[in-house]
Design a protein around this ligand. Structure first.
Ligand code: DGJ
Length: 343
């Protein structure tokens, strides 16, 4: 009897070990994108790359995003809106060959806890980093939204690196064309020209500025778009010669309805073509907010629409909602999927 019990005990231990191993394997090598659940990197740690964007370089995808601090707090002295904050940890980078399994490459633009005067001090805000490669200078150029804790500063920050995994050198921040720069993205066109797309004029109007040849400064050429329509979270892409811009309304960390616009030139004029999201919860963008649209380099005509599902009271636990973006009747369409694969 005692022997039987012992055998049973060993069998249970074996089973648990096998299950734990199997789970770890599934975690390490995933085949599907599952929007909204915790995504772990290949070391088994939750991916911390919010408001991010992806750059494809030499056969590898690099995902850059906000590296948020553990605890979330609300600034009581900001009374006009719910200013929930997590310390800024800098910009994180993850790499992947398949867009599903991501390796942590480190914090490629670290925050500077030792320098309270720096834009990169954890008390400041570093949001929506995006990176592009400059073929002429051979530099990787990062643009990001730099803020004071109360979001009144409205600067664009720039950093450059010699490798996609950094370390990036911070060049500083400024108000492009003398105006606010909050939510932002950058876009590199097929002809090598690059653009900075940013919410300006207290978020009321979206500016699009042409960058210099090094991609580190503005040229002074810019257009004002969606005037007084308060668009933020811009994500842009090009499909069959036309430019598309997905954006959200301005409701802090809370979700709202997305909108897509199309143009023949990145500088505009932009024509609004409505909400690209369809189906259940489309009017709240599946409780998420746009950050980037990735053309899948190896699959012509395939796009991934990337969103953040913010958890304002626990910002580090904000989730990633990535969905396929397809074209129907010439318009971009995004539909909820519980899980999906690039095949
Ligand atoms: C909405 C923006 O899109 C986010 O990046 C962030 O700045 C929040 N507002 C802050 O409330």
């Amino acid at each position: 009897m005692k022997k039987k019990k012992q055998l049973l005990f060993y069998a249970i231990v074996c089973l648990i070990t096998i299950c734990a191993y199997a789970c770890k394997q599934t975690q390490e090598k995933r085949a599907e994108i599952i929007p909204g659940i915790v995504w772990n990197d290949t070391d088994g740690n939750p991916i911390n790359a919010h408001g991010g964007g992806i750059m494809f370089h030499d056969g590898t995808y690099y995902w850059y995003g906000e590296y948020k601090g553990d605890s979330t707090y609300r600034l009581d002295w900001v009374t006009t809106w719910e200013c929930w904050r997590a310390d800024a940890g800098g910009v994180a980078c993850y790499s992947s060959k398949d867009l599903v399994n991501w390796k942590f490459e480190g914090v490629v633009l670290p925050s500077t806890p030792e320098d309270s005067t720096s834009d990169l001090h954890p008390s400041q805000v570093i949001e929506r980093p995006k990176v592009i490669y400059n073929d002429k200078t051979k530099k990787f150029v990062m643009w990001m939204h730099i803020e004071s804790p109360d979001y009144e500063k409205a600067h664009a920050g720039v950093a450059t690196g010699d490798s996609p995994t950094g370390i990036f050198t911070y060049l500083g921040s400024f108000k492009p064309n003398g105006e606010d720069s909050r939510d932002q993205t950058i876009f590199k066109d097929d002809d090598g020209k690059a653009y900075h797309i940013y919410s300006s004029e207290w978020n009321k109007t979206l500016y699009i500025g042409l960058l210099n040849d090094e991609y580190t400064q503005h040229t002074g050429k810019f257009t004002r778009n969606f005037i007084d329509r308060s668009r933020e979270a811009p994500a842009v892409f090009k499909h069959e010669g036309k430019y598309y811009l997905v954006s959200s309304g301005c409701t802090g960390w809370d979700p709202n309805v997305a909108e897509c616009a199309v143009a023949d030139s990145m500088m505009g004029e932009w024509k609004v073509i409505g909400n690209p999201c369809i189906g259940k919860d489309a009017d709240s963008t599946y409780f998420a907010q746009s950050t980037f649209v990735l053309p899948v380099t190896e699959k012509k005509g395939a796009y991934i629409a990337m969103f953040d599902r913010w958890n304002k009271t626990n910002l580090i636990d904000s989730r990633y909602v990535w969905l396929p973006l397809t074209f129907k009747d010439g318009k971009p369409v995004i539909e909820w999927k519980e899980s999906w694969s690039l095949d």
